[in-house]
Design a protein around this ligand. Structure first.
Ligand code: LER
Ligand code: MN
Length: 272
């Protein structure tokens, strides 16, 4: 089985550092295609600012799909989250994410729930925070049951809600929504998981999307993560989705993008 690869492009300039490309959709999507990627993951702050027709035209011209849509900028740039103690902000966040879900429906993409879940706020019980998160995700998941939503376990330095695969799987059991699964990211896994292989096996068919970056968040091959067992285990659990590069654009965006694909080409042939 040939793995499919994608890389992150932010549809607008943003402050998050692990973005390979920002803006200039036509030019950047053309490059991503030329490098040999199968898809482009879009990071979108506000879908209403996107010209969907022209985006679809560009995607069609270069024959690239959109495996996933990132939503972290909703929190990073606007401080909106599902667990803000202010009910109006929680509601505004749900409404915004529903516009992402409508976009995902058009593009057949998975919706990523990363930092938009927020953080535990001072003076609020953790059970309350979790309940707000459950309610928000149930609302969003029921809005379009055919759109998959992927919760990303994120390392402890970025949030204190759902850091590990194990906690996130327990959370999914509470949520009871078939169209909600997980996004595993090797950068976060390297910090939080006891073992890459066992965590991928535990998540199994709940893995809806997969981010890669090496231990230093550079392209795979630039740090000390061993991607060979990771790739092998994704194949063993019959992962059908994309391997998506969410990495620092270093030493420069194009070298990083090319190096990631060269690296995976080198290790992927071993399993075919
Ligand atoms: C987003 O996919 C991610 O991995 C987080 O580090 C966002 O800060
Ligand atoms: Mn990620």
């Amino acid at each position: 089985m040939k793995m499919k690869y994608s890389i992150v492009l932010s549809t607008q300039p943003a402050s998050f550092s692990a973005l390979s490309y920002q803006g200039k959709l036509d030019e950047n999507i053309r490059k991503i295609k030329e490098f040999g990627y199968d898809g482009v993951e879009l990071a979108v702050r506000d879908p209403r600012l996107l010209d969907l027709n022209s985006l679809q035209q560009i995607l069609q011209n270069y024959q690239l799909s959109v495996p996933a849509i990132g939503t972290g900028q909703v929190f990073g740039e606007e401080n909106l989250s599902f667990t803000n103690p202010d009910q109006k902000i929680r509601q505004k966040t749900i409404e915004r994410i529903k516009t992402h879900i409508e976009l995902a429906e058009q593009l057949h993409a998975v919706i990523i729930i990363g930092l938009v879940r927020g953080k535990n706020a001072g003076g609020i019980k953790k059970e309350q925070t979790e309940q707000w998160l459950v309610e928000a995700l149930q609302d969003c998941a029921a809005f379009r049951s055919e759109v998959k939503i992927a919760i990303e376990p994120i390392n402890r330095y970025e949030t204190d809600i759902l850091n590990t695969v194990s906690d996130s799987l327990t959370f999914l059991e509470k949520l009871k929504m078939e169209n909600v699964g997980l996004l595993l990211d090797t950068f976060h896994m390297n910090i939080e998981e006891p073992d890459f292989v066992n965590s991928i096996i535990a998540a199994g068919e709940k893995i809806f999307h997969f981010h890669v970056a090496d231990s230093n968040r550079w392209f795979p091959g630039a740090g000390h993560i061993n991607f060979i067992p990771i790739l092998k285990t994704l194949k063993d659990v019959f992962y059908q989705g994309y391997i998506s590069g969410e990495m620092l654009p270093l030493p420069d965006p194009d070298s990083s993008a090319k190096n990631m694909l060269d690296y995976f080409k080198k290790i992927d042939f071993q399993f075919n």
